[in-house]
Design a protein around this ligand. Structure first.
Ligand code: A2H
Length: 255
């Protein structure tokens, strides 16, 4: 982290149904024929089969940016500016914003998550630890392989009322994506339990867990799902990434 550029995959999660608050804000600002996408940045495209929700920072103010006549992105301004210089927008260097959208207003929005086993869609949910200064400020959640994502989803389900969400939004099935020798086929839940991590705010332990799971998964992991089932993670990763790009469901994003 922090050394050299990060090559992310930006994934397009199409809005299927807005949360009521966001719907009111958006009315009249985005044409009805257009598609709006939440666009998380990920370093782990091979795990996208296991998406169970998508996180936004509830205190972050996002923008809705017009990418083309028919496509709008919900991302931070910082990410929009970066994308504008990476040829994502119609006119190079321009990133037309149609409106601001507070993270808190979009909680509960239903989006389609490409490759996810949850074909009916996943919900936009709050994550306090999302950084506005990294990626797009939107994080897709794969609790099977990300300790941060697992700790957060467990906390959301436990305190659904406090977070103002429906419990079942945080309880979609966590499927196995990767088999590892040391942590089994649900590496993140296994290590979070092993290290007795009780909260998404246990940042020190979570950093340790993240490091262990990442190394184990990348170098020793085997895919348990999808078109590249049985292949090593190292080999499957670039293939899944390219597939999502070729399908128009993702694009490279670097910073
Ligand atoms: B990764 P790096 Cl399965 N704030 O994607 C907090 N975290 C963010 C973020 C932000 N603004 N933007 C991206 N991220 C997360 C999948 C994944 C990720 C798995 C396992 C590990 C993992 C599903 N979430 O990341 O600091 C995104 O989560 C572990 C590092 O730029 C992104 O990839 O290296 C990763 O952090 C990028 O972190």
């Amino acid at each position: 982290e922090g050394v050299g550029p990060q090559e992310y995959l930006a994934l397009k999660l199409k809005v299927k149904e807005w949360a009521p608050e966001a719907e009111k804000l958006i009315e009249g600002k985005v044409p009805n024929h257009a598609n709006v996408y939440f666009v998380p940045a990920t370093l782990r495209p091979e795990t996208m089969y296991g998406q169970v929700c998508c996180f936004v920072g509830p205190k972050i103010i996002y923008g809705v940016y017009q990418v083309s006549d028919t496509e709008y992105f919900v991302i931070t301004e910082r990410a929009a500016r970066n994308m504008a210089y990476q040829g994502v927008f119609a006119e190079n260097g321009k990133f037309p914003k149609v409106m601001d959208l507070p993270g808190s207003s979009v909680i509960g929005t239903l989006v389609n998550a490409p490759l996810s086993v949850h074909k009916d869609g996943v919900r936009i949910l709050p994550m306090e630890t999302v950084l506005a200064t990294k990626g797009t400020g939107v994080v897709t959640s794969v609790p099977s392989d990300s300790p941060d994502d697992y700790a957060t989803i467990v906390d959301l389900a436990k305190k659904a009322d406090y977070y103002g969400i429906k419990k079942e939004w945080a309880e979609l099935e966590i499927v196995s994506i990767i088999q590892t020798p040391s942590y089994g086929d649900l590496a993140a839940p296994s290590i979070v339990k092993k290290l007795k991590i009780n909260s998404p705010k246990d940042t020190k332990l979570l950093a340790e867990a993240k490091e262990l799971v990442y190394k184990e998964g990348y170098y020793q992991g085997t895919m348990t799902i999808g078109e590249f089932k049985g292949e090593k993670v190292e080999d499957a990763k670039p293939k899944v990434r390219q597939q999502l790009i070729d399908n128009g469901e993702g694009f490279p994003y670097s910073e």
